[in-house]
Design a protein around this ligand. Structure first.
Ligand code: NA7
Length: 290
């Protein structure tokens, strides 16, 4: 029998991860702040816990994937949080994108309860989560990773062991900074050519046929040309991630001028819309100059 897994956070990423854990045959307990988002998983055999602590008490592996640092602090340390129920000998796998410092605090709290901790933020988007093809950026002990591999394998195809706790989030934040800058740079170039009267499609085609080709633009380019911004990677989350990268740069004394400028562009777009849009909507900054 496969070990019981508890999953906290059934958002765009967590929900398909839960479906894949069930498909792989893990007994699954779920908890989500908005409980109804787990209804279909419960219909497929998952149990629903009334608190994160109750979930942790029922699980050998606990996975958290929630939006941001305050959400993670709340599910770990809040009333009825994970640490009120985490079992000695269990493994806590933390997959949200948060700061390296918060992961270190969570790892220390897990160790104090006799539990192992693995930092494992993900890349691959909702597509990768649905296909079970996520890539995990892992920080922590090699022995903990070995133990967690069958669980990670139910949700993803690859993992990189990047070093001690903190290394995973550091690479994840650097990755998102790069993805954001690629999309932001394309948006700027698009504004330039379209103002000059050249169709944006022409820039896209030449760009993607050149050595400057960008994988993220294969996904985002066509939508940006059409002006369609249905959230796949929401702007609010990329805004948070680039903010976390800037905080880390500040702590380490590393200037990140391009990231700082790109975050201001996102702040302007985020402030101008009440809709949940994809981060590629940063291109609208140039269509509505302020
Ligand atoms: P989503 O789709 O925005 O989902 C966010 C999840 O986090 C969702 O389950 C939320 O519950 C939960 N959440 C948000 N705030 C809280 C608080 N305060 N307390 C408890 N739970 C909370 O994000 P994604 O699934 O795309 O991404 C998840 C992480 O992976 C994120 O760090 C990304 O950057 C990478 P809700 O359903 O709203 O009640």
């Amino acid at each position: 029998m496969k070990p019981p897994v508890g999953l906290i956070g059934l958002g765009l990423m967590g929900h398909p991860m839960g479906a894949n854990l069930l498909k792989a045959g893990h007994p699954l307990t779920v908890w989500n702040r908005t409980a109804s988002r787990g209804d279909d998983l419960v219909a497929q055999g998952a149990k629903r816990a009334s608190t994160p602590g109750e979930l942790a008490a029922a699980s050998e592996f606990v996975i958290t994937i929630v939006s941001d640092p305050p959400a993670l602090e709340s599910v770990l340390w809040g009333e009825g949080g994970v640490f009120s129920g985490l079992r000695r000998g269990s493994v806590l796998i933390e997959s949200s994108t948060v700061s390296p410092g918060l992961e270190k605090r969570a790892a220390a709290a897990a160790a104090a309860q006799g539990s192992e901790f693995l930092e494992a933020p993900v890349t691959g988007g909702t597509w990768g989560a649905e296909k079970g093809e996520l890539v995990f950026m892992v920080g922590g002990e090699a022995s903990t990773l070995k133990r967690a591999e069958p669980v990670l394998g139910a949700m993803g195809k690859r993992w990189f062991h990047l070093g001690p706790i903190g290394a995973g989030q550091t690479v994840k934040l650097a990755m998102n900074l790069l993805l954001n800058l690629e999309v932001e740079a394309f948006a700027e170039a698009l504004a330039l050519v379209t103002r000059a009267g050249v169709p944006g499609q022409s820039l896209f085609e030449v760009m993607q046929s050149s050595m400057g080709r960008s994988g993220v633009l294969d996904l985002k380019g066509a939508n940006m040309l059409k002006g369609e911004y249905k959230p796949s990677f929401p702007l609010r989350l990329m805004h948070k991630d680039v903010g976390l990268a800037l905080d880390l740069g500040n702590q380490l004394g590393v200037p990140l001028p391009a990231a700082a400028a790109a975050r201001e562009v996102m702040s302007a777009v985020k402030g101008a819309t009440t809709e949940d849009v994809d981060f590629s909507a940063l291109a609208t900054f140039w269509k509505h100059p302020r």
